[in-house]
Design a protein around this ligand. Structure first.
Ligand code: ATP
Ligand code: MG
Ligand code: FE
Length: 332
């Protein structure tokens, strides 16, 4: 099977062609980071407008780079949600237009299913598996006993991990997007500040990052009032260590309790060097296989949408041409 994937849920306009759910023939991503940087975050109206401007070119690039014809393509898969509604609509409408014009089946993909399936592009799934999802909008632990079979065992009660990174980066006056900046700065600092770790109730797989965020605000504020200077790299390193400790430990415990064969990591924060190393250390010398995608497949892209869409194609889960963007779609 050959699937064309389209992703426009946030600030990346992306299209990709994937063969048999595993082989990337092309993976084109037009990032809008530069346009949003001066506002310190994604501006929805600007995102939509850029998607409209970029979509046609990104699609042409994806088809050209893959060196395939429209006859070779079996279906069009598109992110239907969750995300920014005006951004999602651009991808959904492009996919509907193509499905109609080229007479191809249309497939709607959940953005987080995409992040999960990014793991399968280079390494086959082994069920049951545990997915740690850490992105700009989600922090979840999900058990999968089969393809497209998701059981949520834990989630954030407030901020997502990526959101916490972006907010703390703003406090440290680092440019958007903050996650990669804190990751880089952490390497220059030391874990000298004892920030809280939200373990929550005994046995809970839920997360909470708002207390940590407040602790960072207070620490910076107090230092300012006392006219003390804090090394921003130490603040970054201490914050990052707090996030990583909780993510690593809860993932490890869940992997033990549910006796999974494999642990996979999904979403933009999976690009974090500290988290990758910490998980590797924790799962080293255990029976559980840990797999983390290469960094370019952790952040938003369309290859992951095509990979997830391939499973829906095999299950013949197609959408009618009245498919609509759903900004609060649930991962069933
Ligand atoms: P969602 O996938 O939940 O809808 P999103 O698509 O906006 O949200 P992603 O693109 O998956 O999120 O990830 C973006 C997030 O990942 C941002 O919050 C960004 O700061 C964070 N991020 C990216 N790289 C790193 C890194 N190296 N360290 C920490 N965080 C990172
Ligand atoms: Mg993005
Ligand atoms: Fe994402």
């Amino acid at each position: 099977t050959m699937i064309l994937g389209i992703e426009t849920s946030c600030d990346e306009t992306a299209a990709s062609i994937v063969k048999n759910g595993r082989e990337i023939l092309s993976n084109v991503v037009a990032s809008q980071i530069e346009s949003h940087k001066r506002f310190g975050g994604v501006v929805p109206e600007i995102a939509s407008r850029h998607h409209v401007e970029q979509m046609t070119m990104v699609l042409e690039e994806a088809v050209n780079q893959a060196d395939v014809t429209w006859e070779d393509i079996d279906a069009i898969a598109v992110t239907e949600g969750p995300g920014l509604v005006g951004a999602l609509l651009v991808g959904v409408n492009a996919a509907k237009a193509l499905a109609f014009a080229k007479n191809k089946p249309l497939i709607g993909v959940h953005h987080i299913a995409g992040h999960i399936y990014a793991n399968r592009l280079e390494n086959e799934f082994a069920f049951p598996l545990l997915a740690l999802i850490v992105s700009g909008g989600h922090t979840e632990l999900v058990i999968m006993k089969d393809h497209y079979d998701y059981e949520l065992i834990g989630e954030t009660r407030d901020d997502a991990a990526g959101e916490a990174y972006d907010k703390v980066a703003r406090m440290l006056k680092l440019p958007y997007p903050g996650g990669p900046q804190i990751d880089r700065l952490s390497a220059e600092g030391k874990d000298t500040i004892d920030f809280p770790r939200a373990w929550l109730e005994e046995g809970s797989y839920d997360f909470s990052f708002s207390g940590l965020k407040s602790a960072v605000i207070n620490t910076l504020h107090n230092a300012e009032q006392r006219r003390e200077t804090l090394n921003p790299a130490d603040v970054a390193a201490s914050f990052q260590q707090s996030v990583i400790d909780v993510l690593t430990e809860k993932t490890y415990r869940a992997a033990q309790e549910y006796k999974v064969k494999q642990v996979i990591v999904a979403g933009g924060v999976a690009a974090n060097k500290g988290l990758r190393q910490s998980l590797k250390n924790r799962f080293n010398h255990t029976d559980t296989e840990l797999y983390i995608p290469p960094i370019h497949l952790c952040t938003d892209n369309a290859a992951m949408i095509a990979a997830a869409g391939t499973i829906l194609y095999e299950k013949e889960k197609f959408k009618a041409l009245d498919l609509n963007a759903n900004p609060s779609l649930m991962l069933e």
